[in-house]
Design a protein around this ligand. Structure first.
Ligand SMILES: Nc1ncnc2c1ncn2[C@@H]1O[C@H](COP(=O)(O)OP(=O)(O)OP(=O)(O)O)[C@@H](O)[C@H]1O
Ligand SMILES: [Mg+2]
Length: 246
C-alpha cells in the first residue's frame, strides 16, 4: 500500500485570470497530522477543497488513497466518501435534532439502517462528550458544541481523512478548548488530518508537519519545532510575528 494517502502534484488553479494555486506539490502520509497555515488569501482553503473535489483544478493530479480524483465521476464520489470535511461554519440543519443531523448522511448515502446509524451516532456523541444533546436542536447549542457535532457528523461517514478548515476561528474563546481537545483525540487515533488553523498550540502538540503558504505557493514545509523555532523564510517570520502579537 502506498504510504501517501494524499498526493497532489503540480497543481495549478485559476479563478478567472487570478492564479490561486501555483504548481503545488502536497503529500500526506497515512495517519499524519498536517497543519496548513499562512496569511489570509494565500490559498489554504482552496488547496484543501481540491483534495475532495470541492474545487476543480486546472492542471496537475490529485490522488487520494490510490484513486485519481479526475479519472471519472465515480472516483470523485469514492473520494468524497473517504474524505470528511469540517468547516468554520458548521452548517448543521436547524430543523433536525442533533441525532438526526448525524444520522442523515449515513442513511441517505451509505444506506445504513436507522437503528445502526443511531447506535453509531450515540457512540460518536459520547466521543465528543455531548450525548445529553442527542434530542436537542442546533439552536440550543453553543458554537463550540455545534462544531463538536459537526465533527461527529463527519465521523459518522467513517472517513479515512478529515479536512478541517479553520474549525475554531469563529468560536468564542471559552469554547475553543473543547473542540481542540476532540481534534487532539482524533489525532491520537490514527486518523489522517489536514487542518487549516492558526491555533499554534494545537500545531505544536499534535502536528507532524506544518505547511506554510503564501500567495498560492507552499513556501515552507517542516516540523512544528523547526517552523516555530527556526522559520527559514522572511515571509514565515513575518507571519509568525503577526499571529503571535494578536
Ligand atoms: N470562488 C472564488 N472566485 C474568485 N476568487 C476566489 C474564490 N475563492 C477564493 N478566491 C480568491 O482566492 C484567493 C485564495 O482564497 P482562499 O479562500 O483559498 O484563501 P485562504 O488562504 O483560505 O484565506 P483565509 O485565511 O482568509 O481563509 C483569495 O484571494 C480569494 O479572494
Ligand atoms: Mg480560508
Amino acid at each position: 500500500m502506498n504510504k501517501n494517502i494524499i498526493s497532489m502534484s503540480k497543481i495549478d488553479k485559476y479563478y478567472d485570470d487570478f492564479h490561486v494555486l501555483k504548481n503545488i506539490n502536497f503529500e500526506v502520509k497515512r495517519g499524519e497530522i498536517v497543519v496548513v497555515c499562512g496569511p489570509s488569501g494565500s490559498g489554504k482553503s482552496t488547496l484543501i477543497r481540491c483534495i475532495n473535489g470541492l474545487e476543480e483544478i486546472d492542471s496537475g493530479t490529485v490522488i487520494v488513497d490510490g484513486i485519481d480524483i479526475n479519472e471519472s465521476k465515480k472516483s470523485l464520489q469514492t473520494i468524497r466518501g473517504e474524505v470528511g470535511m469540517v468547516f468554520q461554519h458548521f452548517n448543521l440543519f436547524p430543523h433536525l435534532t442533533i441525532l438526526e443531523n448525524i444520522t442523515l448522511a449515513p442513511g441517505l448515502v451509505k444506506k445504513v439502517n436507522k437503528e445502526e446509524a443511531q447506535k453509531v451516532a450515540m457512540e460518536l456523541l459520547k466521543k465528543v462528550k455531548l450525548e445529553f444533546k442527542a434530542n436537542a436542536y442546533p439552536s440550543d447549542l453553543s458554537g463550540g458544541q455545534k462544531q463538536r457535532i459537526a465533527i461527529a457528523r463527519s465521523l459518522a461517514m467513517k472517513p479515512k481523512v478529515i479536512l478541517f478548515d479553520e474549525p475554531t476561528s469563529a468560536l468564542d474563546p471559552e469554547t475553543i478548548g473543547d473542540v481542540l481537545s476532540v481534534m487532539k483525540d482524533l489525532a491520537q487515533e490514527n486518523f489522517t488530518i489536514v487542518c487549516v488553523t492558526h491555533e499554534m498550540g494545537f500545531a505544536k502538540e499534535v502536528g507532524d508537519k506544518i505547511v506554510f503558504m503564501d500567495k498560492g505557493v507552499i513556501v515552507e514545509e517542516s516540523t512544528p519545532n523547526e517552523f516555530f523555532l527556526n522559520p527559514k523564510s522572511q515571509r514565515a517570520k513575518d507571519f509568525l510575528k503577526e499571529i503571535l502579537t494578536h
